[in-house]
Write a protein that binds this ligand. Sequence first.
Ligand code: MOS
Length: 763
Amino acid sequence: MAVKILKVYNTDEDIYEEIIGEVQEEVPEAWPENKELKIIGKRIPRINAPEIVTGEAKYAYDIIIPGMLVGKILRSPYPHANIKNIDTSKAEKLKGVKAVITYKNTSNVRIGRDPIFNTTVKYEGEEIAAVAAVDENTALDALDLIKVEYEELPFVVDPEEAMKPNAPKIHPQGNIVRGRPSVYSRGNIEKGFNEADIVIEETFRTPVVHHSQAEVHISVAKWEEDYLTVWDTTQGVFRIQSSLANIFHLPVNKVRVICHYMGGAFGCKLSIRRHTVYAVLLAKITGRPVKIALSRKDDYLAGGNRPSSIQQIKAGIKKDGTLTALYQKTVGAVGAYPGSAGVTTPLRTLYKCPNVKTEEYSVYVNAGQSCAHRAPGHVQGTFALDQMIDILAEKTGIDPLELRKKNYIDRDQQSNLPYTSKYLLEAYDAGAKEIGWERRNKIPGSGQGRYKRGIGMATQIWWGGGRPPAFVNVKINSDGTVNVLSGAQDIGTGTTTIVAQCVAEELGIKLKDVKVTIGDSEVCPYGPTSGGSVTAPSMCPAARAAARDAKNKLLEVASVILKSNGKPLDIKDGRIFLKNNPEKSITIKDVIGRSRVGMILGSGAREDNPEGYAVNTFGAHFAEVEVDTWTGKIKIVKYVAAHDIGRVINMLTAVNQIQGGIIQGLGFTLSEERIINKNVGRMENPDMCNYLLPLAGDTPEIVSIIVSKPDNLLSHTGNKGLGEPPMIPVLATIANAFYNATGVRIKVLPMTPEKVLMALKKI
Ligand code: MOS
């Protein structure tokens, strides 16, 4: 297999890739099925769990350096204002304050083309100034002493309001990002609607929701002469390294970014943010290390969020259940700076339909900037699409599961390429069996009494195939233990553990003899930013290839010592032996000790994905809910998730991802919502008391089922991603189950008790 060298042209519009070279790599043969393997596919506790649960693990916040200062950020209390002047003199004079930065003294520092402070602030929480002081209280006192003269400007926080011609302009070009919608079409949408027996139109809405990751955004910066080290809460140490090298005009080898442990991100830590630049700049000015940790409130205001959506869908279907046309028009608020509120990929790809058109409007509002959030767009889009499928099922009198099966397709409809693997039909069957699909109400809402039960389902599609570049190095030490250096980060998913598993399996050694170093741009070879569910499918093949490379070298040395005369060798439990004469053997430790090679080094790279195929993950969720028609509370009685992710590397961490995704999805469905007071443009719930996250008591029984076989067309480890898929179908699954229970549809999230009672006409 060849690794392709790409040249990428990045214009404002599109990215063009051109292949400018190829590197041949030895690619190991595909692993056999999990049952023939020793470590892969088993339930393996995280190898770093003891450090994490005992508090030994060093997260960015735990970094303490002698002389370190605390940085704090002053933020705008207004949603839109010109800054007429800033007077920092009193703050600078306060004892213990070491530096203050504002737009006045930082105009030479830019993130790309953007300044690090704006003189017109566009949302509540936008940065105005930053200070570094000897301790937190002094830094906070200094913020109070900064005098800012604001000229308040008209603002708009609602995307539909923002699209009106007379709305306050947030950017000179207007409030629609790029000035126009993002449009897709295939087939002939008018012809499709004409061919339909039934045409229906519905509108669905989802609010802005937040990542609410356990660990807020934190950066610690330290300069030693012109060498910069940053401990960062990031999903991509290499991306932050290159951003900082650009911003501070440093060679890449003078910037080290470290993220050994991460307390969650879900997409809000994908790229450089201003607080990191402030920490680096303040450290440079003061000559002392600086730590900046956002408060929980700052994290809600400025740390990123998922765009809202208003989704109009028009669907045409024949009486026999054949979809003839799908049209989706969407509007979403991306906050005050550029972002994408696109949600239409599921509608374009999930169900077979020849005539499709989508139009997506991303709209500026005076609120915190949105960013990626666990399966961006797909979660919102599936909420609308998979309710629409249920509505169509009812209109045609076809069972909702049967209708989905009828519109199943074995290829990607945008590229017309076949999938490397697709086990969605298996997911439908396994999930339906586990939930007892036949138990659902034949007539929705027909149950009697206070508590009404119902069963619903929805489908998921996502990418998650992984890709190059991703590298791993393996060192076999003189005592037979192994160090693994892996460029990706472990953002809480268990990357450290699965990388170790791949190496241990390939080398035939025990997991406890493998130590993995991850998330360090200086000592680790390059790895991808951990987003898009690419980490496991990118890193596992690289890890196994590195172990294979080391193993080949090890066996070569051993063959000399064992005088094997070209007879094949193998390794088991740390011992190398002749395959046809296992008595003739030597330990790994002795090979390296007696040969005096010092150690053995192996390196591995992720090979390219196969040409001519689309790589996607699939899943089907089923839930039984119980609606209390007196209180409006929705209880999840049982939740079933059946997923196609290729090979399972670690059943424990896989189930962990499924459970986490479902719980996060339940929060989105039932309670989470950014509330902005339209009169003053301020967020009313920027804290974990009023922003309602799901709690342990809200967590239902969850049955996780993996239906797939290894995807050997994709890679020799055969695994696809699972970080994002489990969140995608939750919203529609619950909404459809709610409809089956009550005969009423809620098309606006979250489905709070109040909304439920209103829908049931109880209030
Ligand atoms: Mo993800 S939302 O690409 O971290």
